[in-house]
Design a binder for this molecule. Structure first.
Ligand SMILES: *[C@@H]1O[C@H](CO)[C@@H](O)[C@H](O)[C@H]1NC(C)=O
Ligand SMILES: *[C@@H]1O[C@H](CO)[C@@H](O)[C@H](O)[C@H]1NC(C)=O
Ligand SMILES: *[C@@H]1O[C@H](CO)[C@@H](O)[C@H](O)[C@H]1NC(C)=O
Ligand SMILES: *[C@@H]1O[C@H](CO)[C@@H](O)[C@H](O)[C@H]1NC(C)=O
Length: 952
């Protein structure tokens, strides 16, 4: 433990440089100046307190420094008192042109996020100079040196603020020895680490996230440690200096000194904590061990604080003789924790479950420090009262919208959590945990929270003003307000409308998007989106502690009649067709369903049997169910819990396969491991995703045979639970590190196709080379895809048959769209919105606003059959938004029917699905819009197979 008296003479010496310049100006007063220099230097270096103490009380230099230091311990962080009067931002880049944004519809963040005004916004010197009507006088003041942008009544919000990001520390594409720079493995308690020290300035995601409107992010250390270290707030734009330090927003004073500079102004610091599974897993701890680690660390900090306070009591009582021989008690390793106990750090805690929240609330009371926010906090909505017992004030809760169930801690997560927490008066933040979720789409999290019931004002605030407040920056960001940082987004639609895309993003008054590509959207997109009523579902989520029953209920009535139907789509072969589309509200129809089958589409709403069950769709729709692929849905229930999962297949390319199962000749079938009734599957079903195609889970090259199953089935023996036993043969060709090499994987594939071995696997690969079975290769790299195109040619030349090959992943496939079209190789892009997570995915086509077309559009243009898929099972439920968003972005290029095909029939065709007769396919009824509309709700499934209708 390092202990030392502050060295005021040293500090004073360092700062003499400033007054010395004055001496040069006043040479005649050199002698007097010399004296002033010393005295003034002390004052400057140690604060006015020191100066007064020194002169008034005639103290020694050491004693006066001690007085000043002790007083500074009580200083609270925040902006300097004259901050609001600033006329220029500390981040202003000289040369930045003033900008006038005319005719903006501004969500200001004021009045609890309810204030929306139409006005002009003047940006200059990195700050918002004015909001209102522009006068000629204002303009003339700038002569012609001002850029005028007509927003044409477009929505403008503050820049998006991400309260939980690993941008730069877990950078993309991942090229850092695979572990990232955000998690230290040096111990559970590491408050001395700083996220700033790992901030990579070459992360591809900065520009991508800016294109989604993100301007500021709090970069936190990872969650491998109970105390992971200090977080730092950055602005995402490039700086002339190109350094990590130059990206910082109000860096705390400690970044280039060892101990607090007692002059202030004191800035908020950020500290990451994590409880529960992550630190436990890394250190082989139990929750009890973790909490003890916290208590031991905080106890140490408390001891130091107590010693400091005792020291300062002596100082304040003027007992300098008692301290003159005693160094001020402090320790570089523990100073940040001591600062927490002094209430000068925003403590950001990754914490999911009730047990963990309870542990930390008690910790906060035991050591008396407030918690800024619980992050993830999948069970927070179940215990709002517990959160309110935290020391000081209730923590905010920073959440994902629908990302849940990936581990025990997240199993009870609910899409209704934001609304429930807000109803209890708790502050709600939506965060990305980038790259866990791509922060480019952080606004989508707010949109979903709004969809499931978080009020509009709080939903926009959840990614702007609320996170700004929680990180202690609401004096300058998170609002559109005079004097605030010129961080703004001009949107192409209402920010809560699905697919809202920035037309321009300003950071410190600097435009960030050189040329924005956006679609002209229908007028309705400018209004607050209508959303369904989920009151009953939200209530059930709490009542059942996150596990409300999800099983569908069969309608008793033989005939179910849907009234006020706006559109009907059905499948025909491998296409989706629009059967009916009402041009106006007067053209809404009545659809009669008997034994699960559409028997009539009537103009006359009264034309149905008297004993029928009637459901008003209020302008809704009937359309084919969607199909999900890409995640292990059906084989995995809780990703991180092996006991809930099928497990991994053996891979003959990297290990010995037991001879009892056939050795190398074995090919595993996903159908043999299927589990039914899982929550991800049932939620998918309730969101209109009626089928899943799942391949066995392999760690490397080998996977096996995929299967198609019904997401709504509860038991494998249910009628139609398994729709197709075997779909296709799946392998993966990727960069797995050193072995097996890509060339080894391709060589193996060539051998399997040209010289199929004996046994089961050989037979399947023989079928592939004869065009009887589809081969699905999971890969993203354009180079690997090109090699596969050549391999396909080679095999076809030898066999004389056309082989059916599908690429899944395919993020770089757009680079070979023409060649893929010619080779008739289809692509299931995973995921719908690309992200360059790894080197072999780095050449993504980003889509709006950065590129005119999306990769899907490029592939479609070249007649490539395209589907979209997902990586994780929780995301299956969002398929309708994935394809709806694609259709919105593509303008008229992708019709609703085509989008539905991209999310259903195309996927099945590409994965060797025996696309059934139209009559046998289940349909989905949605209320208040069609399946692709953000504001619609899936309320029934029509099943001709089961001859019934399920009501949800
Ligand atoms: C301050 O200290 C000086 C030198 O020790 C001494 O001469 C002087 O009397 C003191 N003044 C007061 C006000 O105590
Ligand atoms: C802020 O808005 C929310 C939701 O609209 C409301 O419940 C809450 O009471 C409002 N808070 C204040 C302080 O007006
Ligand atoms: C310390 O860091 C801040 C923030 O980067 C910088 O503005 C300041 O000039 C630095 N101070 C010194 C003495 O290097
Ligand atoms: C795609 O298919 C259409 C219709 O079959 C055809 O007219 C068009 O030329 C094809 N485009 C390309 C790029 O092959």
């Amino acid at each position: 433990m390092e202990k030392s008296l502050p060295s005021p003479s040293h500090a004073a010496y360092q700062r003499r440089a400033i007054p010395l310049r004055r001496r040069a100006i006043l040479p005649a007063l050199a002698a007097l100046a010399c004296f002033l220099v010393i005295v003034y230097g002390f004052a400057f270096g140690q604060g006015i307190d020191f100066w007064r103490a020194y002169t008034r009380d005639n103290l020694s230099v050491e004693a006066a420094a001690a007085v000043a230091r002790c007083r500074s311990l009580r200083a609270k962080p925040g902006p300097p008192s004259d901050f609001a009067k600033r006329t220029q931002s500390d981040r202003y880049v000289p040369g930045t042109k003033p900008i006038l944004i005319k005719n903006a519809k501004i969500w200001t963040g004021e009045k609890n996020g309810t204030e929306v005004i139409t006005a002009d916004i003047l940006l200059d010197k990195g700050v918002i100079k004015g909001i209102g009507q522009t006068t000629r006088k204002v303009l003339s003041a700038f002569k012609d040196d001002i850029e005028v942008i007509d927003a044409k009544n477009a929505w403008v919000t503050p820049g998006i603020v991400d309260l939980h990001s690993h941008l730069g520390d877990a950078s993309s594409p991942e090229l850092d020895g695979a572990s990232g720079d955000d998690n230290s493995l040096k111990g559970p308690i590491l408050p001395w680490l700083r996220a700033l020290d790992g901030l990579n300035t070459h992360d591809d995601a900065y520009a991508l996230s800016i294109s989604g409107g993100v301007t500021t992010a709090l970069v936190l250390p990872g969650s491998a440690n109970a105390i992971g270290g200090q977080g730092f707030t950055i602005k995402l734009r490039k700086t002339a200096e190109r350094s990590p330090s130059s990206m910082l927003l109000e860096p705390p004073y400690q970044i280039n000194s060892s101990f607090p500079d007692i002059d202030g102004p004191m800035r908020w610091r950020q500290m990451k904590h994590a409880c529960g599974e992550n630190p436990s897993r890394v250190y082989g701890n139990t929750r009890m061990d973790n909490v003890w680690a916290f208590r031991e660390a905080y106890n140490k900090a408390r001891e130091i604080k107590t010693a400091q306070d005792a020291y300062c009591t002596k100082v304040e009582e003027g007992r300098f003789e008692d301290i003159v021989q005693t160094p001020f008690p402090q320790d570089l390793q523990w100073e940040a924790l001591v600062d927490i106990l002094r209430g000068r750090v925003k403590v950001q805690i990754h914490c999911y479950e009730t047990v963990d929240l309870d542990d930390i609330v008690r910790l906060s009371n035991e050591f008396q420090f407030p918690i800024a926010a619980f992050h993830h906090a999948h069970e927070a909505y179940l215990v709002p009262g517990l959160l309110k017992q935290a020391y000081g004030h209730p923590p905010a809760v920073a959440m994902f919208a629908t990302n849940a169930r990936y581990k025990r801690e997240a199993y009870r997560g609910s899409e209704f959590a934001p609304r429930v927490l807000a109803q209890h008066g708790l502050k709600v933040v939506m965060k990305s945990d980038h790259p866990v979720l791509d922060s480019r789409y952080l606004l989508y999290e707010a949109q979903q929270a709004y969809l499931y019931g978080l009020p509009e004002n709080l939903a926009i605030a959840a990614v702007t003003s609320t996170p700004a407040e929680i990180m202690g920056m609401s004096h300058r960001i998170g609002f559109v307000k005079e004097g605030y940082d010129a961080d703004l987004v001009i949107w192409d639609s209402h920010p809560l409308a699905l697919g809202a895309t920035p037309i321009q993003v300003f950071i410190d008054g600097i435009p960030q998007i050189a040329e924005a590509y956006v679609t002209r959207k229908p007028e309705a997109f400018q209004r607050t989106p209508e959303v369904p009523n989920f009151d009953d579902e939200a209530k059930a989520a709490v009542e059942y502690e996150g596990l409300p029953p999800l099983e569908p209920k069969k309608s008793d009535a033989e005939t179910v009649v849907f009234t006020n139907v706006k559109s009907v789509f059905t499948r025909s072969g491998s296409d989706v067709n629009e059967v009916y589309m009402a041009a106006t509200t007067e053209d809404l129809r009545t659809v009669v369903v008997t034994n699960g089958k559409i028997t009539a589409i009537n103009e006359d709403a009264l034309h149905f049997p008297a004993n029928a069950h009637v459901v008003n769709l209020r302008g809704g729709s009937i359309s084919p169910g969607l199909t999900t692929f890409g995640s292990p849905l059906g084989l995995v229930e809780i990703d991180a819990e092996d006991s809930t999962n099928d497990g991994l297949v053996f891979d003959p390319l990297v290990q010995r396969v037991p001879s009892i199962m056939g050795g190398d000749a074995a090919l595993v079938r996903a159908v043999d491991g299927l589990q039914f009734g899982g929550r991800n599957a049932l939620l998918a079903y309730r969101s209109g995703v009626l089928k899943a195609i799942t391949a066995p889970v392999g760690a490397r090259f080998y996977a096996g045979l995929s299967t198609t199953f019904a997401t709504g089935a509860l038991n494998k023996l249910d009628e139609d639970a398994v729709i197709q036993d075997v779909n296709a043969v799946h392998v993966t060709v990727r960069h797995f590190g050193s072995t097996p090499s890509v060339s080894t994987q391709i060589g193996t594939l060539r051998r399997l196709l040209l010289h199929p071995p004996n046994g089961d696997a050989g037979q399947w690969f023989k079928d592939v080379s004869e065009g009887k079975t589809t081969l699905v290769v999971d890969t993203d790299s354009a180079d690997i895809i090109a090699t596969l195109i050549l391999l396909k040619r080679e095999v076809e030349e030898k066999s004389g048959k056309k082989i059916q090959l599908t690429i899944t992943g395919g993020l770089e496939a757009h680079l070979l769209a023409k060649e893929l079209g010619e080779a008739q190789i289809g692509v299931i892009q995973i995921q719908a919105r690309p992200f360059p997570a790894t080197w072999e995915r780095r050449r993504i086509l980003p889509g709006h606003p950065l590129s005119e077309e999306s990769s899907i559009q490029v592939l479609l243009k070249h007649n490539v059959t395209v589907g979209v898929g997902i990586l994780e099972a929780w995301n299956a439920r969002n398929a309708r938004f994935d394809i709806g968003w694609l259709a919105i972005d593509a303008g008229g290029d992708i019709s609703r029917a085509k989008a539905m095909a991209i999310g259903s029939t195309n996927i099945e065709t590409l994965l060797g699905g025996k696309v059934g007769a139209a009559v046998a396919e289940d349909l989905v009824a949605t209320e208040g819009g069609d399946l692709l509309d953000f504001g619609s709700k899936v309320i029934a499934v029509l099943s001709p197979r089961r001859e019934s209708v399920n009501l949800l």
